[in-house]
Design a protein around this ligand. Sequence first.
Ligand code: ARG
Length: 589
Amino acid sequence: MMSLISKLSDVVGKAFEAQGLPAELGAVQVSDRPDLAQFQCNGAMAAAKLAKKNPREVAQAVVDTLQASDIFSKIEIAGPGFINLTVTGDYLQNHLKDIAGDDRLGVPVLGDGTVVLDYGGPNIAKPMHVGHLRAAIIGDSVRRVMTFAGYDTLGDVHMGDWGTHLGMLIGDYLREGEEGLVLNTDVNDPFAVQAMMDDMAVRYPKASASAKENAELMADAQATTVKLQNKEEPYITIWQKIFDVSVAGMKKTYASLGVHFDLWKGEAAVHDLIAPMVEKFKETTIAHESKGALVINVAKGSDNKEVPPLILYKTDGAVMYGTTDLATLVERMNLYDPKKIIYVVDQRQSLHFEQVFRAARKEAAGLEPIVPEEVELTHAGFGTMNGKDGKPFKTRAGGVMRLEDLISMAEEKARERLAEADLAQDMGDEEREDVAHKVALAAIKFADLQNQRQSDYVFDLDRLTSFEGKTGPYLLYQAVRIKSLLRKAGYDLTAAKDFVLQEADTPLALLLTELPEYFAASLANYAPHHLCEYAYKLAQTFSSFYGNCHILSEEDEALKNSRLALCALTYQQLELVLEKLGIEVPERM
Ligand code: ARG
């Protein structure tokens, strides 16, 4: 269905057209001055420039046309030529009824076709840490938003499983004669998996540190990496086990975050596509040798910073990060024929993606680009999660914090907060634990998503777990409160809804019509913070409505039902929006 803003923009656009002016000038927005009007249109100023007339004169002509419609209860011209609009109660009621009867709660379908989303990137053999958190939270939310918009989405975890870190680790097992620890691990035994993860968590940093200090060890690690990439034994068999065990561990961590992936692939999955891809490049002038390496020049004359060539093969024949990303594009185009490929990856990798995207667009006589211009390639980068000291978040001891530890810490805090607020205290242990987990995730996710993704933010556990303020727990609390009110009223959420709106109901009623615009903004820029904004505004507006209006105690039956319907619609929208943010509402609290 069409949003209220779109319907009004249509009507006002036609009035502009009637003056021989472009319909786009009729774009309507929510009023900046809710005390004066519900909506406004600012098009008369631009129209006046086009028509070389006085803006108020243009506005007056538009208003004269609009007077004929029965949509508005008030139409006024303000200031230099703002058109202020207020719709009739009937019109608003009917629109709200349509939203309540729509299984998408008013949000239109906005897309189609396949989209590949890349928002994992953990490296196998290394524990997942806070650096992987933002990609997972933002990427999963973008996936949910795009799915709801109408796209067929494919989330790919795209693990780092083909780099030098594996050469170091496998080299270490072999040198110590301890490869049996890997080969004998039973992937179906959670304890064995954990033991091997723990072993790798100690072994890898040790191997990496020694390689950095000792040139011979480093050369060995690099040689091992090349042998692995050539799929030689025993390297590839050891690697396969490391891969399987790591995937089992990652699946557990992502599941506890409620983050979903459709594809569990990594860099290694596309290895066999690299040689044919490079061959094609070599047949043209796209790739060339430079100091023994094979590279693609991606610099452009218009660059104002240096964009170095993308390295396909190093001198020792090893492939690089850019090589696997390019081959992954070959695979994604072949298998999925996507309209868009979106990378939710740390902003600091922007140069890497610039190189990869430019290489993917390269064409030459007889060679099509890997990704044609009409397929969107976007690096939706994000900033850093900082500690209260403003520096990248670390453990108290200054180390990298494991993701699992961070989740446990947040759960611990959530338990404390629930106890302080006397919430969930009458529950059995299992249900209370489930609520604490949901509160913890809501806290972490909302704190992350409410910021523009490009900006850094401070992870302040005390603040973000609070039940007050702009936090995930506050929103859960509000949602649960509405749910319990509806339960008390015996209200059936699926019942047909009718509205009779009084003045005190109007702010909430109006806001409930605005979800499509917030949703579209989130979709357009891969920017979940717009939905966070909406959820928070909705919870606050509901709070005032709840404070100002009789609901259960209302004696007028029709008004009482309308108010319950407003509560129900508020709950449904809140739940929908939170779900798109990856936040789950508990049954009670
Ligand atoms: N594994 C990479 C890292 O740890 C992130 C991968 C992001 N995705 C990609 N297709 N490059 O930095």
